[in-house]
Design a protein around this ligand. Structure first.
Ligand code: FES
Length: 148
């Protein structure tokens, strides 16, 4: 029963599904398979429905975060300055899609909306540390250094 206490802070209504998922993720760092089962029991909702909601919103992670949590900003200012290409570079370097964690548990990758650092766009963060005015080669170098 990994998330029961957290879940039971909310009334057993499907109206509270998203706040429950947010609370579980806040506490565990991701939405585990077990917590989906527990929510399913509590709300009498099929697991597939909860899984569907959790995968629809990209704020939810379904795998444990990596040691290095990489987030690339996909807000407008960063997009205009090429963050899509940087996202592709990160995906290629890490061998995972956004929303996933590498098999060795070292890196997880996610996209985020504007993180308030537009003046240094394009921006990524690693465990909350900002890397601004990014270029492809800086991204590759940073990931290789962290991996080493
Ligand atoms: S759009 Fe990326 S920091 Fe604002």
């Amino acid at each position: 029963m990994v998330a029961t206490e957290t879940i039971r802070r909310y009334p057993p209504s499907r109206d509270y599904l998203i706040p429950m998922l947010q609370a579980v993720q806040e506490e565990q760092g991701y939405i585990s398979r077990e917590s989906i089962c527990e929510i399913s029991d509590y709300l009498s909702l099929p697991e597939s429905k909860i899984f569907g909601v959790a995968t629809f919103y990209n704020q939810f992670r379904l795998s444990p975060p990596g040691k290095y949590q990489v987030a690339i900003c996909r807000g407008t200012a960063c997009h205009v300055k090429g963050s899509f290409n940087l996202l592709e570079t990160l995906q290629r370097e890490l061998g995972i899609e956004a929303g996933a964690t590498t098999r060795d548990g070292l890196f997880s990758l996610e996209t985020v909306a504007c993180i308030g650092a537009c003046s240094i766009a394009p921006v990524m963060t690693v465990n909350g540390e900002f890397y601004g005015r990014l270029e492809k080669k800086t991204v590759e170098k940073t990931i290789r250094e962290l991996r080493a």
